[in-house]
Design a protein around this ligand. Structure first.
Ligand code: NDP
Length: 292
């Protein structure tokens, strides 16, 4: 199958590299030089215009939001052949993904919203979890391609369902990150060694991805490596509160997390999502670092 990958960002680069090792893969990126460098490192071909992507049988995309995907689909859609399937790995708005699906349907092109979880490490290891919304037949057509980048593929419902699950998942991530940050800052301020506190929490019922991975690997080390932008996490929490509102759920807790995450993203700028811990640290004047 001729595969095209659109968007060689933090997630797209390792995903496209894994695809290129298995399938004839064409890459397109808004900033062309990134695609040219990718081809030099991983082979395949470069599309210097979206029209050139028309030859693909499977189109994968990973852009910031559904808004960028819709803009790309308006240009690329007419160039695609009927029977092509578009697999969108972007974490976007479920309603936006349904609009893109309708647009592509007009060209005989299938659309799956297929956001991913597992971060840049999971992408590099081809061990992502993919949550898929859309037609089961389209998923079966592209399953071999998805298996090249994923360890787990779950069909969660019609178009938009994948985006909704992803938004709620990331709202849970943000919630546990805030809670872990506040709890660990408080414990550190009272003289508890943070590594010892995390050892207890991670063997107890309060553990989460934030306590098991983010705090030990990014905060205690003070590295805060930029793999997933705080602005993208804030976008995901906003999408989750929309999902709740559309389902008639008031979401009082998540509204607070949304407000906090958006404020932290605005103030801290271009940082990794784990850096929101700094916001809590600054307010208290205590850093989560070893007391020894
Ligand atoms: P990056 O910011 O690293 O990459 C964004 C990509 O989108 C780049 O290729 C960029 O191109 C392209 N792009 C930006 N704006 C436009 C535009 N207007 N038109 C066309 N292309 C554009 O993002 P990530 O890879 O981190 O995230 C991508 C998606 O994956 C997001 O929805 C995010 O929430 C989700 N995600 C991210 C994870 C992570 O750990 N990073 C984990 C799971 C999901 P250019 O090079 O020109 O800037």
């Amino acid at each position: 199958m001729q595969v095209a990958y659109l968007g060689l960002g933090a997630m797209g680069r390792p995903m496209a590299a894994n695809l290129a090792a298995r399938w004839p893969t064409m890459v397109w990126n808004r900033t062309l030089v990134v695609a040219v460098e990718h081809q030099a490192a991983h082979g395949g071909t470069v599309a210097s215009s979206l029209e050139e992507v028309g030859a693909a049988e499977v189109v994968c995309s990973c852009l910031p939001t559904d808004v960028e995907v819709a803009a790309v689909a308006r240009v690329l859609g007419p160039a695609l052949r009927p029977g092509t399937v578009w697999v969108d790995h972007t974490s976007g708005d479920p309603a936006g993904s349904r609009d893109v699906a309708r647009l592509l349907e007009g060209y005989g092109v299938g659309y799956l919203d297929a956001p991913v979880s597992g971060g840049t490490d999971g992408a590099a290891a081809a061990a992502l979890t993919v949550m898929v919304g859309g037609e089961a037949e389209d998923l079966e057509l592209v399953r071999p391609v998805l298996e090249t980048v994923a360890a787990r593929i779950v069909h969660v419902g019609p178009v938009g369902a994948g985006m909704a699950v992803k938004a709620v998942n990331n709202a849970l991530l943000a919630t546990s990150l805030w809670a872990a940050a506040e709890g660990l800052v408080a414990l550190t301020a009272t003289g508890v060694e943070p590594a010892a506190a995390l050892e207890v929490i991670n063997a107890s019922s309060g553990r989460s991805f934030a306590s098991e991975r983010l705090l030990p690997e990014r905060v205690l080390t003070r590295e805060f490596p930029r793999t997933f932008a705080l602005a993208l996490l804030a976008k995901d929490v906003r999408l989750a509160t929309d999902v709740l509102a559309q389902a008639g759920v008031e979401g009082q807790g998540l509204s607070i997390v949304e407000e906090l995450t958006t404020a932290a993203a605005t103030e801290l700028g271009e940082v990794d999502h784990s850096a929101l811990v700094r916001w809590v640290e600054r307010a208290v004047g205590v850093e989560i670092a070893s007391l020894r």
